[in-house]
Structure formats: structure tokens, C-alpha cells
Write a protein that binds this ligand. Structure first.
Ligand code: 4G3
Length: 262
């Protein structure tokens, strides 16, 4: 997959992509990331990329000519069928489903804005989709662009290596992940749930699913409203809900192997 990022700070993008799974995906040739700096398309002596907003008000707006020129230069390097995405807090929410959709594309252009935003005519003329990575305001679209690159990279076939698979991940099943443990068996006086030491793999699977369900109910009940749960996860949820609601107490029955709620 080919990715282009249009940004006034190219090194914010390239510097962050050298590491971990994303870095390996690039060195393995599964993905390429290039940048295009709108400042290189500014025609005046001062290389101006911003201007004051029509109608007044605070802050500056990215001016249209150098920005659209940068988008077109980057888009011309991408294969047909590529998508041009603008990151802003006004966009539709980016989630795992969107990540899967983007990972299936041959190419992706990400526009990272600065200042108060970009001239709206650039969005009309040069952008296919406006996405938000969450309900908060950042000083630029570079971190959202990196976040999307990361979420997409780990879905590319071969990116996680043979031993791991993104289908095991949080959200792949529509549930949060449960807790993880490694050695030592006792750490600062705290043990590991005995079931994980039992060697009974069917039991371990059921326990992990129950943990994932309990955590999702507690922390992200909104996920369960839309979740496409596998039959065995659906069964675990029903068990949790009947078990939890038929009992007194604020958060249902406490099982000995469940960590205390935080
Ligand atoms: C454009 C994205 C860019 C307009 C970008 C701000 C938050 C998100 C920017 C604008 C951003 C997000 C740069 N902040 N939630 N800041 O995805 O108003």
C-alpha cells in the first residue's frame, strides 16, 4: 500500500515511522510512506502557506493554492482507486472498521492541517473523506495521520509476523481485551489467576472470553450495542448479564478470579 502525507512538518511523519511494526512493514516493502510539503508549492518570496480568515476572527487558515497543488502532486504518485483523507475534529469517526476499509485500498493520501484549518474549497476540490480520530482538538493533523498509518499498517498481510494475527486483537471480536500476565508467578505479592497456570486450554479460553466480556460491560457498554459477537462471545455475555443482574451489588457477582474493579 502506498501512503502520501501532505504536511508542513514532513519530519514529524518520517521520524515516527522508523520504529516497531510500522517500521518493519516499511522495510519489508508492505507499505511506503512519502510526504509532500505545501510550502514547496508556495510561489511568493516568503513561501506563504497561511492567511487571515474571511469574516474575521482569531487564527489563520491554510491558503488554498499551495495546499491543493501539494495534494495534486502527492495524488499523482498514487495508484488509481486511492482515497484522499482530511483529518479534522469535524470528520466522521475513525474506528477499526474504517481501518479495515483503508487497509484494503491500493493507496491513501492523508492531509494534515495546521492553524485553524484549511480553506473549505480545498476540501471540496481535493478531498474524498473527512475523518476524526477522536473528540479532542490537536494543534495539527500529523498525529492523527500517524495514528491512521499505524492502525492500517498492522492490518496489512505479513505486518505482524507469522506468530501473531490482527484477528486476535481488541475490537476484532467487538470486545475489549482482557488482562495479560507473564513471569514472575508472584509479583509484589500479587499472583497470577490460577486458571492461566492450569494447562486446561479450553478453561483458559472461556476465562479470557469472560474477562473480555466483563471488561467491555464495565468500561465500554456502548461497544456491546453494535457488536457483531461470535456465538461463544454472545453466550459469555448472556452468562455475564444473567449472573451479574440476578445478584445484589453494584457491579454484579464477584468471582474469585476476577480482578477488583477500578
Ligand atoms: C484542521 C484532527 C486540522 C482543522 C486534527 C484542526 C483533531 C483532529 C486541525 C482543524 C486536529 C481529530 C488540526 N485536531 N480529532 N487539528 O481527528 O480545526
Amino acid at each position: 500500500m502506498k501512503i502520501e502525507v501532505v504536511t508542513l512538518f514532513p519530519r514529524m511523519i518520517t521520524g515516527a515511522l522508523e520504529f516497531g511494526i510500522v517500521g518493519r512493514a516499511i522495510t519489508r516493502g508492505l507499505m511506503s510512506v512519502a510526504t509532500e510539503d505545501p510550502r514547496l508549492h508556495a510561489s511568493d518570496a516568503h513561501r506563504t502557506v497561511d492567511d487571515r480568515p474571511y469574516g474575521g476572527g482569531p487564527g489563520m487558515v491554510m491558503k488554498p493554492e499551495p495546499l491543493l497543488a501539494a495534494i495534486r502532486a502527492a495524488h499523482a504518485r498514487l495508484p488509481p482507486g486511492s482515497l484522499r483523507v482530511y483529518l479534522s475534529a469535524q470528520g466522521r469517526p475513525f474506528g477499526q472498521a474504517q481501518a479495515r476499509e483503508l487497509a484494503a485500498l491500493p493507496g491513501l493520501l492523508l492531509l494534515a492541517g495546521r492553524y485553524e484549518g484549511v480553506d473549505e474549497r480545498v476540501v471540496e476540490l481535493g478531498i474524498d473523506r473527512e475523518l476524526s480520530v477522536g473528540d479532542y482538538v490537536l494543534s495539527g493533523g500529523e498525529l492523527p495521520a500517524l495514528l491512521i498509518i499505524d492502525a492500517v499498517a498492522r492490518l496489512l498481510p505479513g505486518a505482524l509476523g507469522d506468530e501473531r494475527s490482527s484477528v486476535e486483537d481488541s475490537f476484532a471480536h467487538g470486545l475489549l481485551e482482557g488482562p495479560h500476565y507473564t513471569r514472575p508467578e508472584v509479583f509484589e505479592g500479587r499472583g497470577v489467576p490460577p486458571v492461566l497456570l492450569s494447562g486446561d486450554h479450553a478453561d483458559i479460553r472461556r476465562w479470557r472470553l469472560a474477562q473480555a466480556v466483563a471488561r467491555t460491560v464495565e468500561r465500554r457498554p456502548d461497544l456491546l450495542a453494535n457488536a457483531q459477537l461470535a456465538p461463544e462471545a454472545r453466550r459469555a455475555l448472556n452468562e455475564f448479564q444473567t449472573g451479574a443482574s440476578s445478584d445484589a451489588g453494584a457491579s454484579g457477582r464477584t468471582r474469585s478470579w476476577e480482578p477488583r474493579s477500578r
